[in-house]
Design a protein around this ligand. Structure first.
Ligand code: GLY
Length: 422
């Protein structure tokens, strides 16, 4: 099987790496990719996806990020006759339009935060009146595609107002939401119409600093599975959230085919949806795929060809996997690029380095930073604590002057400090 992966981050590196281990996969191509993943894939910078899929005679195209999905790249590829892992533009609205997602959830009877749009033309007094409905925890969301960075959760009224002004200034509408209590869970599900197959549950760490301090980011680290989740937790999320939404989308004539990512809060209110995404999450994917025993190419192909219901149950390795993000100086506000990175060579695949914002130095001397989240390390262990130690050991060998990372990924879970009301 020749597979083309679209995207350029650590998530796509993890997908390409896992696909390269599948004995049924003969070639892995990534477009545009990044210089850090050249050991596992042939890179095709700046290519039109349909032309490229034709050139390399792809048997399967896997679309990583939400932007091409929302823009309809999966539809174009399907129209050209390719098997595609990724939803149509219409179904990708589950991430692309918060109104679409809220409407589907309401009709499917799925719990989610109450939301109120704040239009661009809203006056100061209208904004004040809207905020008054939600305090003291304000959740202010950029209602466009913001790569996970568009949400501010704050108890500070002026910070909430500032974020509303900043989002409006960027040309996007704002959504105010009620605050959902409880630990967050990311559950990725393979979805083919009404067939839903969950992967292992994971938890992301979205704030930039230890103890969940500082602004939100695209995600600074993740671990899987979740030792604090009730034994039937994954099944309950599928039954209460993902299957009803998948069924509703089929009934609405917008069937979902690809990876449906349920971002949830499991608090006193029960299981509630924070957001849906129409693709694999980053950085959770880097950890989740590390434990998948079933060869990935066959799994994604089953979804793409509408045969997920016939797939054997997924096999998982025992133990835990954990990933830590090394970010550039200034991330998330204004990351500094062009900084040399050492110890993260593309040739060292077995080391568990997944490259995100990197490019080749112009003088050929190695890799330099080219984005906010620069590289991930990923490691496994028989216990979560061992996976943590292994990942942080791996990170010691990588240098990125001015770079920063969280030192507490999965620490609350290791300390037994997370629980849910089952
Ligand atoms: N982990 C957050 C996201 O992928 O959106």
């Amino acid at each position: 099987m020749r597979i083309l992966v679209i995207g350029n981050g650590a998530r796509e590196h993890a997908l390409a790496y896992s696909l390269s281990l599948d004995p049924q996969v003969t070639e892995v191509h990534v477009s545009p990719g990044n210089a850090g993943m050249s050991a596992v894939a042939t890179l095709h910078p700046q290519s039109d996806p349909v032309d490229l899929a034709k050139d390399i005679q792809a048997d399967l195209v896997v679309i990583g990020p939400e932007i091409p999905l929302v823009a309809g790249v999966a539809d174009e590829l399907r129209a050209a006759g390719f098997a595609v892992f990724g939803p149509s533009a219409q179904a990708a609205q589950i991430e692309g339009s918060k109104k679409f997602a809220k409407d589907v959830m309401e009709r499917a009877g799925v719990k989610t935060a109450r939301a109120l749009p704040v239009s661009m033309g809203a006056s100061d007094s209208e904004i004040d009146a809207a905020l008054e409905q939600f305090g003291p925890h304000y959740v202010v969301k950029d209602d466009g595609l913001a790569g996970g960075k568009g949400v501010v959760v704050t108890d500070d009224y002026s910070q909430a107002r500032e974020h509303i002004a900043a989002v409006h200034e960027s040309g996007n509408p704002v959504l105010l939401e009620s605050f959902l209590d409880g630990p967050e869970v990311s559950l990725f599900c393979l979805v083919d119409g009404e067939t839903v197959v969950p992967l292992l549950p994971a938890q992301d760490h979205k704030r930039v600093g230890n103890d969940d301090q500082g602004p939100n980011t695209g995600g600074m680290g993740a671990y899987t599975p979740l030792p604090w989740l009730p034994e039937d937790g994954t099944q309950r999320i599928v039954d209460e959230v993902v299957r009803p939404v998948a069924k509703q989308m089929v009934e609405d004539g917008v069937p979902f085919n690809g990876l449906l990512y349920a971002g949830l809060a499991w608090g006193e209110q029960g299981i509630s949806v924070v957001e849906f995404n129409c693709r694999f999450g980053d950085p959770e994917t880097q950890a989740v795929l590390e434990l998948l025993e079933t060869p990935l190419g066959g799994v994604l192909n089953a979804v793409a060809t509408g045969t997920l219901a016939e797939l054997e149950p997924l096999q998982w390795k025992d133990g835990y996997a954990l990933t830590v993000v090394l970010a550039a100086e200034g991330y998330p506000e204004s990351p500094i690029t062009g900084t040399p990175i050492t110890g993260a060579d593309p040739g060292s695949e077995s080391r568990g380095v997944r490259a995100a914002g990197v490019k080749a130095a112009e003088d050929g001397s190695g890799l330099v930073s080219a984005g906010g989240r620069v590289v991930n390390v990923v490691a496994t262990g028989a216990t979560l604590e061992q996976a943590r130690e292994a990942a942080y050991d791996e990170l010691k060998d990588i240098t990125l002057p001015g770079g920063h990372f969280r030192t507490d990924i999965a620490l609350p879970a290791v300390r037994g400090a997370i629980s849910v009301d089952a």
